[in-house]
Design a protein. Structure first.
Length: 356
């Protein structure tokens, strides 16, 4: 059964499920299935449109082969060129939809790992070993993911950051949404190592620094419930480069989750309420990650091995600037044009990871 045939079959199953009168009482499930149905309809519509274009192309070719009057031949040639261009665009759009462009992959009603609607993702980037050079590379990774997300129309919001005097980040936490964010970035979690000559290095010596990245799906309201009595909330003056205005007022927020000891902060906004919302978003994502990690420890075999890909302490990739090479250690594959990659051109790397 082809991918398109699976989609048609799943679509018919979804229609039956959505017509069940009892489903309306489970609004959350109804919403998920309905979004899935709408997405599959996009694929089916593109497939139908592509078939129509193919038929029109064959029709134009038959006119050309018939050798009718010159004026009709000219029109057929122009139409054929236009149809072939449209066919290329449709083919690409259909491929993107089938590969999860615009949605992230999840378990479908048929149990196949086909794309479904995405949710927001929280990305945490922290400088590791390497001092200021690690902080600068953390800023570089932030720009890389930002530009990649921007090229796909994702929305971004910085939730917390600790900038350095030289333009780096000791830590930056941000949210990405409105697309297939988790599907594409789920394997980015881990330690990213950089090898390059810092601008401050006079002897030309190559330095090695590390930065850790965590990709955390933002929980839905029903997934993580927090008792307000389990939280300790503190407000303080914001700090860091450019924070002089913020330091005058206690707008930064620190929240401690007493049962787990998790501490989160936010100081990017100019009022307490927004910073508190940002901190709570980070806390919920970390609690969900903790919950999934605990559940994963109870699971053996293949599933546990797959989850291991996202371990924070696992070295996953090396960015070697002198050799113009990015190496992903999990798939043992190298990619060149490092400047383009750092400018957000991640498609070839992410495609290789998803195909494993």
């Amino acid at each position: 059964m082809s991918e398109i045939e699976k989609i048609h079959k799943e679509y018919e199953l979804l229609l039956k499920q959505l017509s069940d009168p009892e489903l309306i009482s489970d609004w959350e499930k109804f919403e998920v299935l309905n979004k899935r149905k709408n997405f599959l309809e996009k694929i089916i519509e593109k497939e139908r449109e592509e078939k129509e274009i193919k038929d029109k192309i064959e029709e134009s070719k038959s006119i050309l082969s018939a050798g009718v009057d010159e004026e009709l031949l000219t029109l057929a040639e122009e139409e054929l060129k236009s149809l072939q261009e449209r066919k290329k665009i449709l083919k690409k759009q259909l491929e993107n939809l089938l590969n999860g462009e615009g949605q992230f992959k999840s378990e479908s009603p048929l149990g196949s790992n086909i794309a479904t609607d995405g949710a927001a993702v929280i990305v945490e980037i922290r400088a590791g070993t390497g001092g200021e050079e690690a902080s600068l590379f953390a800023a570089g990774l932030f720009k890389m993911y930002s530009k990649f997300g921007s090229s796909r129309g994702w929305k971004q919001k910085v939730l917390d950051s600790r900038p350095t005097e030289l333009g780096g980040f000791k830590e930056i936490i941000f949210e990405l949404k409105n697309g297939n964010v988790y599907s594409l970035l789920q394997h980015e979690g881990g330690v990213h190592r950089v090898q390059r000559i810092p601008t401050t290095e006079k002897s030309g010596r190559i330095h090695t620094s590390t930065v850790s990245v965590a990709i955390l799906p933002k929980p839905k309201k029903a997934e993580i419930k927090i008792n307000p009595n389990d939280l300790k909330t503190e407000f303080y003056g914001s700090s860091g480069p450019g924070g002089q205005y913020l330091q005058k007022r206690h707008t930064a927020v620190r929240i401690t989750h007493l049962p787990t000891g998790l501490v989160v902060t936010s100081q990017t906004e100019r009022n307490q309420l927004q910073n508190k919302e940002n901190a709570m978003a980070i806390l919920k994502a970390r609690l969900l990650e903790r919950k999934e990690r605990e559940e994963a420890e109870k699971i053996g075999g293949k599933r546990k091995a797959q989850i291991g890909w996202a371990k924070r302490a696992e070295k996953i990739r090396t960015y070697n600037f002198p050799q113009d090479r990015v190496t992903d250690h999990r798939i043992k594959k190298s990619f060149h044009n490092i400047e383009e990659i750092m400018a957000g051109k991640l498609d070839s790397i992410l495609k290789s990871l998803q195909s494993v």
